[in-house]
Every structure is written in C-alpha cells, then in structure tokens.
Design a protein around this ligand. Structure first.
Ligand code: 2P0
Length: 349
C-alpha cells in the first residue's frame, strides 16, 4: 500500500465548508484483539490488532458549528448523551478544536444502528464517524494515517474503522509524542478474502464493566496477560499469511484462539472480568459442532457476551440457522466486509 494511495483515500470526498459535516462509519471486529494500553491518556494500545470492517450496523454522525451554538450538545439516538459518553465526545471535540485552533462549540448528533456498549463495536464506528465528521466541520485536512491516529484518541478500535475490509492497528512504542506517532491503523489488502461474519445477538444490554476499565484491570492484575500479549505477536504473523492465502480455516483457527486467550487473561484478573455468559458458551459449543459436521466456522467474542462467527459466505445461512437453533430467542445478523468511514456526499457543502 503506497503512501500516496492512503493520502488519496484521506481527502474528503465532498467539498466541505467547515460549518457542518456528516460521516458514516461501520463497526469492525478484531480477529487479533487489542486489549491493554501503553498510555491511557493518549489511548495507545500495547498490542497490535487486526480487524474486519463490517457492512452492517452503521453509525451516522453530524457535527454542526455556528454562532447560535453556545455550548457543546451531544445527542445519541435522539436522546441527550450523559455521563461518560458525553464526557468522551466533548474531550474528543476539545482535541479537534485544539488542532484546528478553534474555540467554537459544536452540536453532535449520532445515530447507532447497533446496541450501544454491548460489545458490538459501537465505540469503533462511533469514534470513527465522529473523527471524520468533526475533522471536516472544523476544517482539519488529515490523511488517512493521521485520521486513524485521531480516531484512536476516541477509542483505539475506531482507528481500524477508517478502512475498508481488513485493517491493522499498530501498538505504540516509546512514550509521549513518539508513542502517539507510532500507533495508527492502515489497511491490509487481501482482495481475495471475502468471508461472512454471523453476529449472534446473545444480549443487547450495555456491559456491566466498560472495556476501558476491564483492560486496565487485566494489565494491572492478570498473571496471564504478558503471555497472551507475547503469543498475540505470533498470532498476527500467522494470520497475515493465512489472509494472503485466502485460507479461511487457518484465519479462523488463529482468530478463535487469540480471542479465547484474551478472555482467559480477563478471567485471571483480580477480581475476574467475565463477559462470557451461559448462552455465549452454548453458542461456542454450536460452533464447535458445526466444525465437527464439516462446516468451517470460527468464533470471536469481544467485551460482551455476543459471538461473531467467521465462515464462508456460502455457509452463512446454514451457520446462522444452526446458531439461532442453539439458544432460544437468539437472533443473528450476517455481515460481510464493509467500507471505511466516509463523509456522506452532499452534506456539509
Ligand atoms: C478489539 N476490543 O480489538 C478489542 C477486543 C474489545 C475486545 O477494542 O479504551 O472500545 O476506547 O480504546 O476500543 C474495545 O475497546 O477501548 C475493543 P478504548 P475500545 O476490538
């Protein structure tokens, strides 16, 4: 991937006046997980991660500026945002304003089509959309690498939602500005690899422990964390080779073990962080049974009980039906590889 190409991707695709802009971003699901921070303040991961951006559950965010807006307002799905959600959005706007040399307040309106905070990557699509919309509204002209660094400051996983299909987010090295510069996302170009991801909606409720608090506790107290972080490096090297070969079975095996290892680190934290529910384990059994019956299907689970199952597109309907049959009332959504965050054409002119 040449630098030129990344720069070209980065330019806003529509003229922007700097007064308001709307962006759309999709969640991404990590096949090699990010868990643990080198720097809490700058939101810098301790480990590399690799993800697939989905083509479902978009977040749409509009950022408006203007003399009539005296103070920042944040609306999420039509309701005023409060508490930590509001604080994180305003902190992000402050960062954009500082870079743009602006003191103007903003009106931020976000619509998530996925349950917020349920381990379905709403913060990834949320901060990717906010980064693209806020940068355009405040007139920041960033290339995709810079934009991914900016989105990372909202939520590290958001840096990966800037890109179509597969993306890697680099862990930080060093400290301060050097660490900030070293941690960004970039695309992993694998045009031949086009799997399905079946999302099993085990529970739509927001998680009891935020991923931010959970990863802090894991790094600080889990004796298993260093071993997982080390093994994750080997997993990343292996999955990149498997992706290039378009080998779904090898990709799935590495992704599943990387995820289960991450959850093992959390279970060993003190006190334990457990996102896996009884229904999660039932779905894992169903995925294992699918494999025994000759269907390649592999699970990955984030900071919540929901399970995402990687499989061939041609098997997706069968996989989804089998998974729905494993837990009463469970619904599924089948995703493919999706687009990176973009300004919505025709808005912001
Ligand atoms: C990931 N997760 O790689 C991992 C796997 C959840 C499990 O990124 O603190 O919301 O805002 O950087 O990005 C969830 O953490 O955390 C996450 P912050 P984020 O997708």
């Amino acid at each position: 991937m040449s630098t030129d190409h990344r720069v070209e991707q980065a330019r806003p695709s529509v003229p922007v006046s700097g007064r308001h802009a709307t962006a759309v971003a999709h969640p991404n699901i990590a096949l090699i997980k990010y868990w643990g921070k080198l720097d809490e303040q700058l939101v810098i991961p301790l480990v590399d991660s690799l993800s697939m951006t989905l083509d479902v559950f978009p977040t749409t965010t509009t950022v408006r500026l203007g003399p009539a807006i005296g103070t920042d307002t944040v609306t999420l799905n039509g309701m005023p945002a409060a508490g930590e959600q509001r604080r994180r959005v305003i902190a992000f706007l402050d960062l954009v304003r500082e870079r743009a040399g602006s003191t103007e307040a903003a009106d931020v309106e976000t619509r998530n089509s996925v349950p917020t905070g349920a381990g379905l990557a709403s913060s990834a699509s949320g901060f990717a959309a906010l980064a693209v919309a806020a940068a355009a509204a405040y007139g920041l002209d960033l290339d995709r690498t810079e934009m991914s660094r900016l989105a990372r400051r909202g939520s590290a996983s958001a840096s990966r939602s800037l890109f179509d299909g597969f993306a890697i987010c680099h862990a930080g090295r060093g400290s301060g500005d050097a660490a900030d510069l070293s941690s960004y996302a970039e695309p992993v170009t694998v045009p031949e690899f086009d799997p399905a991801m079946v999302v099993a909606m085990v529970d739509r409720a927001p998680k009891a422990v935020s991923s931010r608090a959970a990863m802090r506790r894991t790094v600080e107290t889990s004796p298993l964390y260093p071993a997982w972080a080390e093994s994750s490096r080997a997993d990343l090297a292996e999955i990149r080779i498997a992706l290039e070969r378009g080998d779904l079975e090898a990709v799935g095996e590495v992704a599943e073990r990387n995820c289960l290892g991450m959850h093992a680190t959390m279970l060993a934290a003190r006190p334990a962080v457990r996102y896996l529910s009884a229904a999660t384990l039932t779905v894992l059994d169903a995925v294992s049974d699918l494999r025994k019956s000759g269907v390649p299907a592999y699970a990955t689970i984030d900071a919540g009980p929901n399970v995402k199952i990687l499989c061939h597109r041609t098997d997706a309907a069968h996989v989804a039906e089998t998974i729905r049959g494993s837990v009463p009332g469970l619904s599924t959504v089948t995703a493919g590889r999706g687009p990176g965050a973009r300004l919505r054409p025709g808005v912001g002119e």
